[in-house]
Ligand binder design. Structure first.
Ligand SMILES: Cc1cc2nc3c(=O)[nH]c(=O)nc-3n(C[C@H](O)[C@H](O)[C@H](O)COP(=O)(O)O)c2cc1C
Length: 324
C-alpha cells in the first residue's frame, strides 16, 4: 500500500452520504492501513443527540473506502475501535489484502447524490426496475395509493420534528441558502442540493426561522413546509430496515450500498429520515408493511427518474479530512 493509494481511497470516500452533509469522518494513515475517526464537533446535538446518525454516516464512509479499494483488487478488513470520547474519536481501523473483484457498485460511488428535485413520469418498465430493488432489508412500495399515504405521513412526521425550535435552528445552521455563504461548496445543505431557487431558498430560511411561530399560530407553517408535491411521479418509496439490534456503524455500511444500488438502477433518490426518526410514524409504517419488532426502520427513500441536471457536490477537501 502506498501513501498515494491510501490518499486516493480517502478521496473516493469523501463522496459518501452523511446526515445534513456534516461529514464527520476523519482519517489517519496507519502504516499500510487507515484509521477512521469521528470529528465529534460535527455532531448534531439536537437532531442526533445519541450519535446514531453520525455512526451511520461513519459506516457509510468506511464502506466508501471498501468499495474504492475493490478497484485495486483489495479486500478491506474493518476492525471497530472503541476510541475514547474527545473531539476526535477513533472509530475503526481499515486494513487491506489482495483478492477482491471490483465491486459492482464502484462506478456509482462518485456519481451518487441526493436528488430532491422533480421526477419524470415513470413507465411500467421503470416500476418493474424499482420493484427489483427489493431485498431482505429493502421493502419497495410501488402502488400509487400507498406512496401517497407515505407522502402524507412524511409531512406529518417532518412537521412534528420541525416544531422544535432548537431542531430548526440546528438545521438552519447547516443550510447554505446563498452561494456567498462561506461553506456553500464545503458542507451542509446548499440551496442547489435542496433544489431551491434563490427566492424559495430565502423563503425557506424565513419560514424555518423568524416566521415559523407566527405562521404556525395561524396554521400555515405545515402547508408551507409540506413536501408532498415532491412525490409526484415518484416511481417508488423504499423502506430500508435492518436488525433492531444492529450497530448503527454496520447499518451505515448497508445504507450506503442500498443507496448506490438505487442509483445503479438509473434512479435518483432522497432520504426521508423523518419517517424513521418520528417514533409513531416508524411504528405505524412497520405495522402497515409487516416489519416485525426484530427490525428497525432506519430510513426511507423517495425514488424516481430525475427530471433536471445534477449539481456540484459540497464536500470538504482531502487535506481537511485526512489528518496529518
Ligand atoms: C443518517 C442520514 C440521514 C439523512 N437524512 C436526510 C433527510 O432526512 N432528508 C434528506 O433530504 N437527506 C437526508 N440525508 C442525506 C444527506 O443530507 C446527504 O447524504 C448529504 O447532504 C450529502 O449529499 P449527497 O447525498 O448528495 O452526497 C441523510 C443522510 C444520512 C447519512
Amino acid at each position: 500500500m502506498t501513501r498515494d493509494l491510501l490518499r486516493a481511497l480517502v478521496q473516493a470516500a469523501i463522496a459518501s452520504p452523511s446526515v445534513h452533509n456534516v461529514q464527520p469522518a476523519r482519517w489517519r494513515l496507519d502504516g499500510a492501513g487507515l484509521v477512521l475517526l469521528e470529528d465529534t464537533s460535527r455532531r448534531l446535538t439536537v437532531g442526533d443527540p445519541s450519535g446514531h446518525d453520525a455512526a451511520i454516516s461513519l459506516g457509510a464512509a468506511a464502506e466508501g473506502v471498501a468499495i474504492a479499494a475493490s478497484a485495486e483488487g483489495l479486500v478491506t478488513r474493518i476492525e471497530r475501535l472503541g476510541g475514547a470520547a474527545g473531539s476526535l474519536r477513533e472509530v475503526a481501523r481499515l486494513s487491506f489484502a489482495p483478492g477482491a473483484a471490483p465491486d459492482p457498485l464502484l462506478p456509482l460511488l462518485a456519481r451518487r447524490a441526493s436528488w430532491r428535485g422533480p421526477f419524470q413520469p415513470p413507465q411500467p418498465a421503470d416500476r418493474a426496475r424499482a420493484a427489483a430493488l427489493s431485498a431482505d432489508d429493502f421493502l419497495v412500495v410501488i402502488q400509487a395509493a400507498r406512496i401517497d399515504a407515505i407522502a402524507a405521513r412524511c409531512d406529518r412526521a417532518s412537521y412534528a420534528i420541525m416544531r422544535d425550535d432548537r431542531f430548526r435552528a440546528e438545521l438552519r445552521h447547516w443550510m447554505r441558502l446563498r452561494p456567498s455563504h462561506a461553506d456553500w461548496a464545503r458542507d451542509g445543505l446548499n440551496a442547489e442540493a435542496m433544489q431551491l431557487s434563490p427566492l424559495t431558498a430565502a423563503a425557506a430560511g424565513a419560514v424555518l426561522g423568524p416566521l415559523f411561530r407566527p405562521l404556525a399560530a395561524i396554521g400555515l407553517a405545515p402547508h408551507l413546509l409540506a413536501e408532498r408535491t415532491g412525490f409526484a411521479h415518484a416511481v417508488a418509496v423504499g423502506l430500508f430496515h435492518r436488525p433492531a439490534s444492529e450497530d448503527p456503524f454496520d447499518t451505515g455500511r448497508a445504507f450506503h450500498r442500498s443507496w448506490l444500488a438505487i442509483d445503479a438502477a438509473g434512479f435518483g433518490a432522497n432520504v426521508l429520515a423523518a419517517l424513521a426518526d418520528h417514533r409513531e410514524s416508524a411504528a405505524a409504517l412497520c405495522t402497515e408493511h409487516g416489519l416485525g419488532s426484530d427490525r428497525r426502520l432506519v430510513s426511507a427513500f423517495r425514488i424516481g427518474l430525475r427530471a433536471g441536471d445534477g449539481f456540484a457536490p459540497a464536500r470538504l477537501p482531502l487535506d481537511e479530512v485526512l489528518l496529518a
